[in-house]
Design a protein around this ligand. Structure first.
Ligand SMILES: Cc1ncc(C[n+]2csc(CCO)c2C)c(N)n1
Length: 232
């Protein structure tokens, strides 16, 4: 995808530099077989089943990260913004999941009893630890790739010709939705505001956690493609 479909108003900003830093990771994400096969509707159902089940676990923790970020926010508007996101992570995203869980024969007991994969476990624990132990700015930077990368991927897939009867169309519609893009843009803008107030040391930490979270986004899809379980 070309740069013009990303937020074009961030030139010279913290987030523009951070996005540049993850260019090699984004290049790898764009060729992930899970995403190309989801896009053309040929993804094996057992792979999507693994992904969506792990994602249900991810969302449970991610919503809590958003609530922690909300608690650390510097003003009421931002507290409300992230509490709203936490609520959406539970209602909207889980609504999407509920449809898929039924479609792919996964019961709520399956979700309750599921063990997180190594990638899911590592990513959610990294996010929770960062949200709890870091400043607002650093915590915000860690949760940003979740929004931004899904926006980017949703946009890229949406721009390919739609495949009739694609079983994964609801996923594509969710992340290709202009409202989702607007939400992601807002978090990007808030991260830039936080970065301007941050010290150089804190800004370096912001970059580190942004890159780490982006690596985990790649690992999350890759691990689902490999139907990853614990090796021992
Ligand atoms: C591994 C993984 N990373 C990102 C998302 C996308 N996502 C999950 S919650 C949320 C914010 C509120 O909707 C967003 C953008 C996902 N589903 N799974």
């Amino acid at each position: 995808m070309d740069a013009s479909s990303q937020s074009t108003d961030t030139t010279g900003s913290f987030t523009a530099a951070a996005w540049d830093r993850i260019a090699p990771i984004m290049a790898e994400i764009e060729v992930l077989p899970l995403l190309t096969r989801l896009s053309d509707g040929t993804l094996p159902p057992e792979v999507f089943r693994h992904y969506i089940l792990q994602d249900a676990l991810y969302l449970k923790h991610y919503a809590r990260c958003l609530a922690i970020v909300a608690a650390k926010a510097p003003d009421n508007a931002q507290v409300l913004r992230f509490l709203g996101s936490a609520q959406k992570a539970i209602t909207v995203e889980q609504g999407l999941h509920a449809g898929f869980l039924t479609q792919f024969g996964i019961s709520s007991d399956d979700v309750t009893s599921a063990e997180p994969s190594p990638a899911c476990f590592a990513y959610t624990n990294f996010l929770l630890a960062t949200a709890y132990h870091s400043s607002y700015a650093v915590a915000l930077s860690a949760i940003l790739p979740c929004f931004w990368i899904y926006w980017h991927v949703g946009e890229a897939i949406k721009n390919r010709p739609a495949i009739a009867g694609n079983a994964f169309q609801a996923w594509i519609n969710t992340y290709g939705d202009p409202q989702f893009a607007a939400g992601a843009r807002e978090v990007i803008a808030l991260t830039d505001i936080a970065a301007r107030a941050a010290s150089p040391v804190e800004r370096a930490q912001m970059t580190d956690v942004f890159v780490r979270a982006s690596q985990y986004e790649w690992m999350f899809w890759d691990s689902a493609w490999r139907l990853e379980t614990w090796p021992v």
